[in-house]
Design a protein around this ligand. Structure first.
Ligand code: GUN
Length: 309
């Protein structure tokens, strides 16, 4: 079997097209949707991620700005800025790029964001709403993974999803979405992590296998069931002398070997990454439209909110 490639760039372009329509409609109502990103320091990966976010925002016609602060910015100054952005009605979405320099308490900054402007879905109120099945902002990478699955015909409903990784940014919210009684959910979910003794015994059971460990090549072909759908969230820079930069990006999955067994697989780069940015734009238009309305997914699944049970 050679896997179908789930192309994140193509699906992200679809989502961005839908976002652009919403932006046009908001403008028609006199609302100029705005996204502001705060970047502290010069971490090269963060600089590159933020540049991508700004590019996508420009493409869909969102008003956007990056506020760049020096790495030595104090926590107090950053908190003051977040408070000001919270109160500025021209910004519907506020995102503080992570990681922050070590002298700043990330939790305090996230907690300072107004949940209704937290288009990153990281505020505990939004995380709580996600797990309770209530309307709220969902963090962008997990939301993007669910969109990729739905839009490529691999609805998680009734499937066994195995999530390898339990980060606050991706693993945990992904588990919340997959187990929810809602469109994009209704899966049976296993969560594996660094404390899981026999990882392969679990991954081999997966209909949908999602790798979020941040370690290159961790998921090898022997760990994957024939016909599984494999989503690789990992982005790891490894040395490559043939590249001008001296490195290249790979995921957590041994792509070439796993693609021989899987029914479908996401590449790195060009898989989940573009979806993360597209969902950030989506969340921003939701914020500008008056806030989360209970829909976890744009377009075809509008009308499907969370429910209990
Ligand atoms: N750093 C890497 N990914 C993300 C993200 O999705 N949101 C924020 N705020 N920082 C990140």
């Amino acid at each position: 079997m050679t896997a179908q490639i789930i192309d994140g760039k193509v699906i992200a372009a679809q989502v961005l097209g839908e976002v652009q329509e919403r932006v046009t409609s908001l403008r028609g109502r006199g609302i100029e949707p705005g996204l502001v990103v705060v970047l502290v320091g010069e971490d090269p990966a963060s600089v590159s991620y933020v540049r991508g976010k700004m590019r996508d925002a420009g493409e869909v016609g969102l008003r956007s700005e990056t506020l760049r602060l020096p790495a030595e910015t104090s926590q107090e100054d950053l908190l003051r800025l977040v408070h000001n952005l919270n109160e500025d009605p021209s910004w519907h979405g506020v995102l503080v790029q992570l990681p922050l320099p070590p002298h700043i308490d990330e939790r305090a900054i996230i907690l300072a964001l107004k949940p209704e402007k937290d288009v990153d879905g990281l505020h505990p109120v939004n995380v709580g709403r996600l797990f309770r099945g209530e309307p709220g902002f969902v963090s962008c990478t997990p939301a993007g993974v669910i969109q990729m699955l739905l839009r490529s015909g691999f609805d998680p409903a009734g499937k066994h999803a195995v999530v390898c990784g339990r980060s606050n940014l991706v693993g945990k919210p992904l588990v919340g979405l997959l187990m929810q009684k809602a469109v994009g959910g209704n899966a049976t979910v296993t969560v594996c992590h660094t404390g899981t003794p026999d990882l392969a015994a679990h991954t081999r059971q997966a209909d949908i296998l999602i790798a979020v460990m941040g370690r290159p090549g961790t998921i090898t072909a022997d760990m994957v069931r024939y016909g599984a759908v494999v989503i690789d969230v990992g982005v790891n820079a490894i040395p490559d002398a043939s590249k001008k930069s001296g490195q290249r990006l790979v995921g957590d999955v041994d792509y070439a070997a796993v693609a021989e067994k899987a029914a479908a697989i996401t590449p790195v780069p060009g898989g989940v990454g573009p979806m993360t940015r597209a969902m950030l734009m989506w969340n921003t238009v939701i914020a500008a439209s008056g806030g989360p309305d209970g829909h976890i997914a744009p377009a075809h699944s509008v009308g499907a909110g969370h429910s209990r049970g």
